[in-house]
Design a protein. Structure first.
Length: 342
């Protein structure tokens, strides 16, 4: 099939060229409840890229009458981290009379593809993806195809997280922040460590774990594989992982939970077993979420300008489109509090 101009290729063209049904092509590119077989998925993605599939025919016309809606996609609306990002986005949006709609993927990354497709159909002016990327090449390609279609139809796409997608990105320095935290903790005299890490494929968890190992290495402290516990990136995940570690005999050490909500769960697990923080077990987190002001003992963490990240994302939306994707780097700072040895 001869290559046609971007915007003129239909989903039916992709399906025909790939030798699959229209329904299969739709599921491959837009997501859905039914899985597409690996080889068929790869074929559809390659054809969509080769033909420069960007949306249905009327997409460009629709773009001329886009709504004032900005879609914000988050992993977990209950997590205060994402609430703070939303606050930053909405504060800037209000000044420009934009309406922000929020959708939660419920920690199911494949839902991002579906939500972006929905927002494209609703002619949203922009979409902001907030949260960690995962190590999943096929899913990343599907998301890139859909976001490219969204921008080709006149919208703007911005990412808050890792710089893994070819769109404007607000990138947090997870690895250096965790390294600085580890160095500060060893400087306080801590030598025995346990890391409550998130799922292995989650890049935020991976970056913070590696950064923490980097920081420990500066002072000659090693972290063995047995002292790394992978769990859900949630409060309950932190609680369960801490409970398992305590049941396995962990005592008199310092726990680094790769986000604050996991750290809160870890403190609760210690308390439920009659252990004192930090006298028996020290605990540190990452993010400095707003709800920490109510936690006792106060939590040592890496303070991140979370709301500012949301503001930066919408600033990208409102600015002139650049020739190539831009990256706004954001750094955190270590805050020592009562949950670790002072």
């Amino acid at each position: 099939m001869p290559q046609r101009a971007a915007g003129s290729v239909t989903l039916a063209d992709v399906a025909r060229e790939a030798g699959v049904s229209l329904a299969t092509a739709s599921r491959a590119l837009n997501g859905g409840t039914r899985q597409v077989r690996g080889d068929l998925l790869e074929t559809v993605l390659k054809v969509a890229e080769r033909l420069r599939y960007t949306a249905n025919g009327p997409a460009q016309a629709m773009a001329r009458g886009r709504s004032n809606v900005v879609g914000l996609l988050v992993h977990d609306i209950v997590d205060p981290y994402f609430c703070s990002i939303a606050s930053g986005v909405m504060r800037v949006a209000a000044r420009h009379r934009l309406t922000v709609t929020i959708a939660s993927t419920e920690n199911q990354p494949e839902k991002e593809v579906e939500y972006v497709a929905t927002l494209r159909g609703q002619r949203a002016s922009a979409v902001i993806l907030a949260g960690s990327r995962i190590e999943h090449r096929t899913l990343q390609r599907r998301l890139t195809v859909e976001l490219t279609a969204f921008e080709a139809a006149g919208g703007r796409a911005v990412v808050i997280g890792q710089n893994r997608l070819p769109f404007d990105t607000v990138q947090l320095g997870n690895r250096p922040g965790a390294a600085d935290l580890a160095a500060r903790l060893t400087g306080l005299g801590h030598r025995s460590f346990l890391v409550l890490a998130g799922p292995p494929a989650l890049l935020t968890s991976r970056d913070r774990l590696r950064g923490f190992q980097d920081g420990l290495g500066r002072d000659g402290v090693a972290l063995t594989a047995g002292r790394i516990v992978h769990t859900e990136f949630t409060r309950d995940g932190g609680y369960d992982a801490m409970a398992r570690a305590l049941d396995g005999g962990f005592r008199d050490g310092c726990v680094f939970a790769v986000n604050d909500v996991m750290a809160v769960g870890a403190i609760a697990a210690c308390r439920d077993r009659g252990l004192r923080v930090p006298a028996d077990v020290a605990v540190a987190g990452f993010d400095d979420i707003v709800t920490l002001r109510d936690i006792r003992p106060s939590l040592t963490t890496v303070r991140v300008p979370i709301e500012t990240m949301g503001e930066h994302a919408l600033d990208f939306v409102l600015s002139e489109r650049a020739g190539s994707p831009r990256v706004k780097h954001v750094t955190g700072e270590v805050v020592l509090r009562e949950s670790t040895r002072l």
